[in-house]
Write a protein that binds this ligand. Sequence first.
Ligand code: MN
Length: 733
Amino acid sequence: MMRQYELVERVRRYNPNTDEALLDRAYVYAMRAHGTQKRASGDPYFSHPLEVAAILTDLKLDDATIVAALLHDTIEDTETTREEIDRIFGPQIGALVEGLTKIKKLDLVSKQAKQAENLRKLLLAIADDVRVLLVKLADRLHNMRTLKWVPEEKRSRVAQETLDIYAPLAGRMGMHDMREELEDLSFRQLSPEAYDSIRTQLQVLKEKNGEMVAAIERELSDAVAQKGLSAVVKGREKRPYSIWRKMEQKSIAFEQLSDIYGFRILVEKTEECYAALGVVHTKWPLVPGRFKDYISTPKQNDYRSLHTTIVGPGRQRVELQIRTRQMHEIAEYGIAAHALYKDANGADMLTRDSSAYAWLRRTIELLAEGSSPEEFLEHTKLELFHDQVFCFTPKGRLIILPRRATPIDFAYAVHTGVGDRAVGAKVNGKISPLVSELQNGDEVEIITSNAQTPPAAWESIVVTGKARAAIRRATRAAVRAQYAGLGKKIVERAVVRAGKAFSEEKLAAAAGRLARHSLEDVYAAVGRGEMRADDVVKAIYPEWTGPRPEERAAPKGEGWFELEQGQSLKFKIPGIESDPDPKTAIPIRGINRELPVRFAPNGGAVPGDRIVGILTPGEGITVYPIQSPALQDFEEEPERWLDVRWDVDENDPQRFPVQIVVVAINEPGSLAQIAQVIGERDGNIENLRMSSRSADFHRMVIDIGVYDLRHLNGIIADLRARPVVSSVERVNG
Ligand code: MN
């Protein structure tokens, strides 16, 4: 634990006029007040306020702030009263400690709609004296650094509050370092796997790049020095959380991040910033669109700097910040840096020239105008967290989301199970699309259905990592289930074809022989085309010698597709006859959720057609009508052919797309007649294009939706019966 004289010494280093007696008094007072109290770690409680004070000495803060830090938990946790502090340390410090006591109890992630009111109290306490916030942030930082001692069930809540409220607040006050450390500590608690993975990848990168950072530092320094500028160049690795956020925002992988490293050039005077920029831009190509001048236009939190990205030494993309030392202090310490230039007046000087503080004041004025907590939320908190939106569940629970978030993100933020089953949303009581953009203050109710699994397309719509990961997981599980379903059907049929009885028990016992852990794994592998069904049969029945040789490979040669109208075909693909085998053919019921089935793009299979399936590894079954010439491409791979049959639900007729070519006499009204015939027959024209046109005839390609082959043939017959129609043919892709 830090000794009394050590603390005084730390302060004296940056503030020679420090009131040592005051610091000593506070040290002793707080130590006595906390007495034998212990922290969760077993350390004396007093070590905590002492560490908080130490953090504030790093920010070079004034005596009152350091003293308030030492005393910050006394009113709340000990016998101490405000009056006593006023009497011993003066009313200014008394007010600071009381402010800290007030905000200590504010729960900023509470489930009730209390957040608005609590945040308002927090901002009010800060507005009285911004040093309250500085002590509070240091307090939170120390608590986050020692989070592992906090009972497990409380940790995530503290971390969430830190990430949602205190880190952005630190950022808004320009305290960059504080913000980054708070974010990283929270991130580590809330997403330990992501945190570890980024740390590991950073380590790998460091080993790979070796001295690269030092080399770039050197080369940048030399270049600037050659122009007679004295500058300090410093390279650094970005923090895990900021890397993570970038990956999230841009939806990219770690490897795709080009700017893991940032470099800083510190100079003395403002004009030297521009001179250094000139040197850098002359020597290396710049990445367009990345230059920003925050010196002539400072950020709202007083941040000033030049930003640029160059293709630097070793063709490495290098992000550069160029600033003076004073700008640097403000960039690192924000509002706290103003204390550096303070005199005995403390707080007054602390807040002078600070536009961050001006922002705080404006916010508080808005409050004073008597707006309701909800209105306050609407107008001000939003400004604080300008990259976030605040929404509520119908029960008033606050859900904080990044800008551009959708009800899908909201659903996943509430609970993964809610997201996975979301089918619709009510925003402020009105049915709204799941892909709409949420606005501040929206009340969102998610409508769920147990039959739902999230569509894969959502992955590119959502903006939160939680939603994206969950959707990916759910889609993967759904796809896997599809393949397993398909694989099961293929295996069952292969077993029957081999003349055996299918038994899942036997197959489960054989899974190990196939180097798979479970039945599901075997099915999925077969469904994906990674494992042959015959090999599975062999694993169950080792005595089975495989398909008869004549079945194994189809003889090459003539007569494969002896097509006739009416489809009497001679087949030489093993297991495929002119009619599907009712026992082994896989039933196809349009596009369904249980099987990874698609229809050949130009094939136009309709119920009634003899269809076959072609298994494509990783894609599932593509269904072709047997007359499709495209099937010739698969002649050489008999093992990919699957016997399939229609299994349409007659009570729920579905339309299937098919293409016909109509040649008609070129006369006025002929097109109308054709459309009329199709319409009368309940065909649905989905697309029509004139493929050629002569003086006498025109040729049309028409996509129609029909229920089955009979329906199609009826339409074709009716069309042919029309005098204007010269010919009608079905297209087989
Ligand atoms: Mn504390």
